[in-house]
Design a protein around this ligand. Structure first.
Ligand SMILES: [Zn+2]
Length: 406
């Protein structure tokens, strides 16, 4: 690396360490920010010489990144931004901290994919899904897909690993010369009823979808989730045993195996490593408290709420909603979520915007009880399982009450 980049990298690591020592988070954002101030090309310098995979999409990218890093880890040390710091500052910090690793798997915020592709020249880009998120500031889904398509056209050598079940992702990736399609299922369809190419309706039957006005349709997937396992491109089925709940995480595992395969990792060598991935920054963490077994599920937008209902056991459930800056200030997305799957469960609500949730649940005919604190919630349910589903800062609040569980 040039001298300026070496200095920038060193200062970046020091700043991150100082931030950690001061108890101000893991320091990856501030460390990366300072490093990039000293050398704006620092990310490119740190990326040079590494084989890199980027993972992007609205939901599942933190978990998929962790699983893919575990799978690629069969080959050697892998740098990764495992705390979800998914913008260039976080990538810079992660690579500076990791030192000289031959591989990197980086989670990328969907808005920053173009910038990070330019800087890191990855071997593989995994595109998971696109759905509505943070209504007050995120781009329209079709605009995001258009941006991805334009970006990928500028990087014809990148191998794209993309979700065949999401029409927006397929449209974004369809022009790429090297594409591997995976099928992980998709519960949320409300952002892809209209073809992004021609504006005609999209129809669906069983696993298939197709545009009624142009040739856009579901490509034949190479990697498919089947029962509690994944079928690889040769037709071999691999049982997936994870510590993470739900079919959606088997889908994330399929994506991780497809990414690792692009680096030459055989699925038979990688599957056991996937089972070693436990909770990620508190997501899916299980904590025992006062005879209750509490599990934390993060849900940030309508698509991820549907997935959380799917993952949660049929047990008492605490829902917590905030609308602070990292969450997005607009809670009208609550009306995009069908809360009916919660009927028949004991439902508790809390958080800054519990009353918004109360209105939504009332309209959805889901009885609930409001609690002011997490301790009250624990006391209000019988011993046994308590599922907690919360959006971003609400999740962090509860995680802090449980002593920052991992
Ligand atoms: Zn069309």
């Amino acid at each position: 690396m040039p001298l300026r980049a070496k200095v920038a990298s060193s200062v970046s690591r020091t700043a991150a360490a100082l931030s950690r020592a001061a108890g101000r988070g893991d320091g990856s954002v501030i460390g990366g920010w300072i490093g990039l101030k000293i050398d704006p090309e620092l990310l490119a310098h740190l990326a040079a010489g590494r084989s890199i995979a980027l993972v992007s999409g609205t939901n599942g990218k933190t978990t998929t990144t962790r699983l893919a890093a575990a799978a690629v880890g069969v080959l050697g040390p892998v740098a990764t931004n495992s705390f979800g710091a998914n913008m260039p500052t976080g990538h810079t910090s992660a690579l500076a901290k990791a030192g000289h690793t031959p591989y990197a798997v980086l989670e990328v915020d969907e808005h920053y994919l173009a910038q990070v592709l330019d800087a890191t020249e990855p071997r593989v880009v995994a595109l998971l899904n696109l759905s509505r998120d943070q209504l007050d500031r995120a781009k329209e889904v079709a605009m995001m897909a258009q941006g991805w398509q334009t970006t990928l056209a500028k990087h014809p050598d990148v191998h794209v690993v993309a979700n065949a079940d999401d029409p927006m992702v397929v449209w974004a990736a369809i022009g790429s010369a090297h594409t591997t399609w995976f099928s992980a299922g998709q519960r949320w369809h409300d952002d892809s009823w209209v073809c992004p190419e021609c504006g005609s309706p999209i129809e669906r039957a069983e696993d298939q979808w197709w545009c009624t006005g142009c040739p856009l349709r579901r490509p034949q997937p190479h990697w498919v989730v089947e029962d509690d396992g994944v079928v690889d491109p040769t037709g071999a089925w691999h049982k997936i045993v994870l510590q993470l709940p739900g079919r959606v995480n088997i889908g994330n595992a399929a994506t991780a195996l497809a990414v690792a395969a692009e680096f030459g990792v055989r699925p038979t060598d990688a599957v056991s490593r996937l089972g070693g991935v436990a909770s990620i920054a508190g997501r899916y963490a299980q904590v025992a408290r006062d005879g209750r077994s509490i599990r934390l599920l993060l849900a940030k937008n309508p698509a991820s709420w549907l997935e959380a209902f799917d993952m949660a056991d049929h047990a008492p459930t605490l829902l917590s909603i905030n609308a602070r800056d990292p969450d997005g200030l607009d809670t009208s997305w609550l009306f995009d979520v069908d809360f009916a799957p919660l009927r028949g469960r004991q439902v508790l609500i809390t958080g800054d915007r519990a009353y918004d949730l109360a209105v939504r649940l009332d309209i959805n005919d889901v009885p609930f009880q409001h609690v002011r604190t997490f301790t009250q919630a624990v006391a209000a349910v019988p011993p046994g399982r308590l599922e907690v589903i919360a959006n971003y800062t609400a999740f962090q609040d509860i995680r802090a009450e449980l002593d920052r569980v991992n």
